[in-house]
Design a protein. Structure first.
Length: 124
């Protein structure tokens, strides 16, 4: 039996998106979401950024998906690199995060809400 090429490409795209979100969750999400759990001001900031990401992706008109979130995060990282802004790592100072770190953390929070890969924060 032959599998159509569009089914293979779609599966590969989904796997790629999930892999990208998993990497982002590991490098930014785990520490950031743990910090947001104990810092109400950071949680509020993440919620504001998540709302902006949802709006940007048309989340009120169609459901968000892993591919859209992964693509958005790639665009944020690409723009940051283009402008010479530092990309966040697992060593972000969450007491004073920059815009890029919070925006990517918001993507992680949205991915978690979808059930996409986003590890639980480490225990405190």
């Amino acid at each position: 039996m032959r599998v159509s090429s569009n089914r293979v490409a779609t599966r590969t795209a989904v796997e790629s998106a999930r892999s990208s979100l998993t990497a982002l969750a590991t490098s930014v999400g785990a520490g950031g979401l743990a910090a947001a759990a104990v810092r109400p001001e950071l949680l509020a900031l993440v919620d504001q950024h998540a709302a902006a990401v949802r709006d940007s992706l048309g989340g009120d008109r169609r459901p968000l998906c892993a591919a859209a979130l992964a693509g958005y995060a790639k665009g944020v990282r690409d723009a940051a690199a283009e402008h010479g802004w530092p990309l966040p790592t697992d060593a972000v100072d969450w007491s004073a995060p920059d815009w890029v770190a919070v925006r990517l953390l918001a993507v992680c929070a949205l991915a978690r809400s979808l059930g996409s890969p986003a590890p639980a924060p480490p225990p405190l």
